[in-house]
Write a protein that binds this ligand. Sequence first.
Ligand SMILES: NC(=O)c1ccc[n+]([C@@H]2O[C@H](COP(=O)([O-])OP(=O)(O)OC[C@H]3O[C@@H](n4cnc5c(N)ncnc54)[C@H](O)[C@@H]3O)[C@@H](O)[C@H]2O)c1
Length: 255
Amino acid sequence: MRLKDKVAVITGGARGIGEAYVRRYVQEGAKVVFGDLLDKEGAALAKTLGGNARYVRCDVTKAADVDALMDDAVTAFGGLDVCIANAGVVDSGSIMDVSEKTFDHVMAVNVKGPHLTCRAAAKRMIAAKKGGVIINISSTVAVLGEVGEGCYPLSKGAVTALTRTLAVELADHNIRVVAIGPGGTRTGMMADALPGTPRGKRIAMRTPLRRMAEPEEMAGVAVFLASSDASYITGQTIYVDGGRLVLNMIMPDKG
Ligand SMILES: NC(=O)c1ccc[n+]([C@@H]2O[C@H](COP(=O)([O-])OP(=O)(O)OC[C@H]3O[C@@H](n4cnc5c(N)ncnc54)[C@H](O)[C@@H]3O)[C@@H](O)[C@H]2O)c1
């Protein structure tokens, strides 16, 4: 129960890694309000978690939706201690071919979304004068040269920069701002990367632990970062990547 009596807001929480954050935070004693566009999945998840989780439809590209999500947490659970800006979309193909429409959409969800989410959460934390923790979700592609993911890497680089900037700006309010940079994690977003598929094999070759992460492995880190055990960490992106960023070349053959 490392998050006992904490109130958390999580965006994009209806499935994938976001769902793992929601489930684990409730297990750890938090009360959680989560947003998404997937009403059916969101309502079903909230139902399985009883009175400790609420689903609210929230498009993170819309300031009014994000404000309403935060207000729901304050009204229903009496405050806001932790916020995870998790909602995101992927892109594919060459960065040379990204259309303006795709670029605007990816940046709206992955960059404007976290900006609106962090700002709305921070305003409520500042008003309550109790400090807080904001966790953004970046990616290893924020710092690697990655091909085939369109403009997605740019958007995650911006999240890492947002995290640093806000950490400095909000430090005097006792609000820590950190990020998780997942490596390849087994969700719908990575449906074409299962073990044995060409993309799955590439991930195994480039990852010392030779596998994708499970969503629960991100959730454990999100609990640590929100807890008092991480009280001196702010501004950092923690890469939860099976060793990918420290690997030079590719993994040697086992046999
Ligand atoms: N899976 C990976 O390998 C991986 C690696 C690095 C980073 N990430 C990041 O982790 C986060 C979660 O990814 P995932 O793998 O669980 O993907 P996912 O597609 O399973 O989940 C993303 C969630 O965000 C929601 N969403 C999309 N647009 C939204 C919007 N405008 N408003 C609100 N919600 C919206 C989706 O409905 C979905 O529930 C994302 O930010 C992603 O970029 C994932």
